[in-house]
Design a protein around this ligand. Structure first.
Ligand code: FES
Length: 315
């Protein structure tokens, strides 16, 4: 079993009106492992849940770190995790699982594209490439500069190009960014689902091999307004479950004792993929290609839902 790390909040900074950075130092006797660029920690919440937060490091220091920094964006319509994190004060204690990295960095030339709070893992990656003396370009997009965290730092440190929706001079030109990716460069995408889907599709159409396209979704698989209940039938047992609007297929099946595999629960790792025997999936992941989506034969059950009243899944 994974050892849980206990830490104390050493410092809190308001980065924007909705984003706070939180610096964590270990309790006496606990140690912070070295975390690879792109890693995240899973902070435990009082209700028994947990939330993933990428580690932000401009240092890329060698050896075990003395502190971890995360940045938490308040999500008023979320399930309460960000609210809890925003109410914490200096001196409060939190626990988390050791860092895990599902968004690893290749030490090679790169193009980074960050959307909103998705900038956090890309900061650590850019710092690592800078330390390794590898070239990269850094694009950072958001609604408006005042709502974006670490703007001054990424401009100063990484010469980042800012793209703000409210400024036509700088608005994101995805096609231009993708066209400029050279055969040596890896493309790293982190942000909301719409941005990742659009960038991934553009990259695939531009012929960039999938091995050089890396992405992490900065969204929860939270329910969308208008979601309705649907049924899932398990092929192996014939059991039928109702998936309510506020629960995922994974959550319902796991609570019922069905053995399901999953990891990220955001729709970006691909681990929970299952074959669809019948019914029409409502895809909400960023893993599947357009062809796979259109086939309707596979789906990610951690986030995707149904457009038909029932799905029969090969589980
Ligand atoms: S658990 Fe990662 S895509 Fe579903």
């Amino acid at each position: 079993m994974t050892d849980i790390i206990r830490a104390r909040i050493q410092e809190i900074s308001e980065l924007t009106s909705r984003i706070k950075s939180i610096r964590l130092v270990p309790e006496a006797g606990d140690k912070l492992p070295t975390a690879a660029p792109g890693a995240h920690i899973q902070v435990q919440l009082p209700d028994g849940g947990a939330r993933d937060y990428s580690l932000v490091s401009f240092d890329n220091g060698a050896g075990p770190p003395e502190s971890y920094t995360i940045a938490v964006q308040l999500e008023p319509k979320g399930q309460g995790g960000s609210r809890y994190m925003h109410e914490l004060a200096v001196g409060d204690r939190v626990s988390f699982a050791p860092p895990k990295n599902s968004f690893p960095l290749e030490i090679a030339p790169a193009v980074f594209l960050a959307g909103g709070i998705g900038v956090t893992p890309l900061i650590s990656m850019a710092a690592a490439l800078q330390a390794a003396n590898r070239p990269f370009t850094f694009h950072y997009t958001g609604r408006t500069a005042s709502a974006m965290a670490y703007v001054a730092e990424v401009r100063e440190r990484f010469n980042a190009v800012l793209h703000c929706d409210d400024d036509p001079q700088t608005a994101l030109d995805l096609a231009a960014i993708i066209q400029a990716v050279t055969p040596e460069q890896h493309l790293y995408l982190c942000g909301p689902r719409g941005m990742i889907e659009a960038a991934k599709t553009a990259a695939e159409q531009a012929g960039i091999p999938s091995a050089r396209i890396h992405f992490e979704l900065f969204d929860s698989g939270a329910a969308e307004s208008g979601d309705t209940a649907f049924e899932v039938e398990i092929l192996s047992s014939g059991q039928v479950f109702t998936i309510p609007p506020d629960k995922t297929i994974v959550e319902v099946l796991e609570a019922a004792g069905v053995d399901v595999m999953y990891d990220c629960q955001r729709g970006d790792c691909g681990i929970c993929q299952v074959d669809v025997i019948s019914g029409t999936p409502d895809h909400r992941d960023v893993v599947l290609s357009e062809t796979e989506r259109d086939s309707g034969k596979v789906m990610q059950i951690c986030v995707s839902r149904a457009k038909s009243p029932r799905l029969v899944l090969d589980i």
